[in-house]
Design a protein around this ligand. Structure first.
Ligand code: ZN
Length: 478
């Protein structure tokens, strides 16, 4: 393999049992803290954290000097577009973008063509992906107003989470507009121990505004046509539904200060309600949408610097459960359609870890890299594993768990350009950004799936697996 020169041979043959892989000289981000240690890997799992200077026999040795070893990122919010929309993205490209970003597991959204709403179709979707993905994966299930009862057939092996769109494109079949249906979904999910994953913006609010405001095709007016009101109204409805049914609920891509406050208050009142913030809401504001246009037309819209400050404050205070990318690629041709028809979304799984790390270090220059990466490991790995039934296998650097990790150079400064972008759509909203921190090597179940240290990035074999969950996870933290 091309990386052989980078993976020097260990002292194999001298000890009775050489490890498959030994990582040396790492600053290891464990659940308890960051420490200098080695990591031994056998059969795809972490078998030991060794003393910093120990050199047990190993078939392969990976020198992590100058780098942190973080648990592989679990990006619990991606749209890899299979089946039906593979002109935008496919698993070969999407999983390369993920691997290059330090991601080892993704949880894919169901709004494909057709959408994944039938438990009988999950295995077929997994079969379509098999042999093309570098990263392990799971699916969030979908639900439409016509398919609610199918959730009764959902087993934890197929999915423990159901994505509910409270708004979306006006032709989207999966938007739940009927309040009684939404109530039934919350009741059924509570009964079945399923976690709801919500796009919580109120479609009724947006429909009213569309009928009331004069049509506009400018990016400057976009945020005012998809305002925070939609998110606030939806958050209030969701809180009432969670109160009524006790349903474990995770609200994705929270964008405004008001939603952040409401959802944190509800969680503090012991409701099983968690939320996600995306890297792009932490990185860009509506000012950037006006300046950049199509690429930053997003749903929910980017808001103000004040909102962004509040999202960061909530995140640093421990009030945000997960960070996700909402990796939702579209071709440039699609993005530059007239504004009312242009699809919202950007690619982001590759940039997730680096963008959040960059933002955190810039906002908190006093924060040591160890401390920043401990927080990021909780938000990007441990808590997604807890929420989505993967904690018995993934999400932490612990003996017994899968050897999923990323060697991250926290002090490396580099400039993101289009040629780095691995998504099939071929562009990044972060082109021209100077990032702090770079994923250098990504290891999934003990196999190197990405090595970006040399002049030419190297990718491993696309043998990522569809993962069963251990059990439904009804509580907010599993
Ligand atoms: Zn999404």
């Amino acid at each position: 393999m091309p990386a052989a020169d980078r993976l020097s041979a260990g002292s194999d043959g001298t000890a009775p049992r050489a490890h498959d892989l030994l990582v040396i000289h790492a600053r290891v981000v464990t659940p308890e803290g960051v420490r200098r240690a080695g990591v031994a890997v056998d059969g795809g799992r972490i078998t030991a954290l060794t003393a910093p200077d120990a050199r047990p026999a190993a078939h392969r040795v990976l020198d992590a000097a100058g780098r942190h070893l973080l648990p592989g990122v679990i990006d619990s919010h991606v749209h890899f577009r299979t089946p039906g929309l593979t002109h935008k993205e496919d698993w070969a490209h999407g999983s390369r973008a993920a691997a290059a970003g330090g991601v080892t597991t993704v949880i894919d959204m169901p709004n494909t063509r057709p959408p994944l709403t039938d438990p009988g179709e999950a295995a077929a979707k997994a079969a379509l992906i098999e042999g093309t993905s570098l990263v392990d994966h799971r699916f969030h299930f979908g639900v439409t107003e016509q398919t609610v009862d199918r959730l009764r057939d959902l087993t934890p092996q197929l999915a423990t989470s159901v994505k509910v769109f409270m708004t979306g494109h006006h032709t989207a079949p999966h938007v739940i507009r009927d309040p009684a249906t939404l109530d039934r979904i919350f009741a059924l999910a509570a009964e079945r121990g399923l976690r709801l994953v919500l796009h919580a913006e109120d479609d009724g609010v947006f429909t009213l505004l569309d009928a009331f405001l004069t049509p506009s095709d400018s990016y400057a007016s976009y945020e005012s046509r998809r305002p925070r009101t939609g998110g606030i109204v939806a958050a209030a409805r969701v809180i009432e539904l969670v109160r009524r049914h006790g349903t474990a609920t995770h609200v994705v891509h929270v964008s405004s200060a008001e939603e952040s406050d409401l959802l944190r208050a509800a969680a503090a009142a012991a409701l099983p309600l968690t939320h996600e913030v995306t890297a792009h809401h932490l990185s860009f504001t509506a000012t950037d949408t006006r300046r950049q246009g199509a690429r930053l037309r997003l749903s929910p819209a980017l808001r103000t610097a004040h909102d962004q400050d509040r999202l960061w404050a909530a995140l640093m205070a421990g009030g945000v459960a997960t960070i996700g990318s909402d990796h939702a690629p579209h071709t440039i041709e699609e993005k530059i359609r007239p504004v009312p028809d242009a699809p919202p979304g950007l690619p982001g799984t590759q940039e997730l870890l680096t963008a959040v790390h960059t933002g955190m270090r810039r906002r908190h220059p006093e924060l040591p890299a160890d401390e920043a990466l401990l927080r990021i490991a909780r938000l990007a790995s441990a808590t997604p594993a807890d929420l989505f039934g993967l904690a018995g296998r993934k999400g932490r650097i612990l003996p017994g768990l899968d050897a999923d990790f990323v060697l991250f150079d926290a002090e490396r400064t580099w400039c993101m350009s289009a040629e780095h972008a691995r998504s099939k759509c071929g562009w990044s909203a972060y082109e021209g950004w100077t990032f702090t921190g770079r994923p250098d090597v990504t290891v999934r179940r003990g196999q190197v799936i990405y090595d970006g240290r040399g002049a030419h990035p190297w990718f491993g074999a696309p043998d990522g697996s569809w993962l069963p969950a251990e059990a439904p996870a009804p509580g907010p933290q599993g």
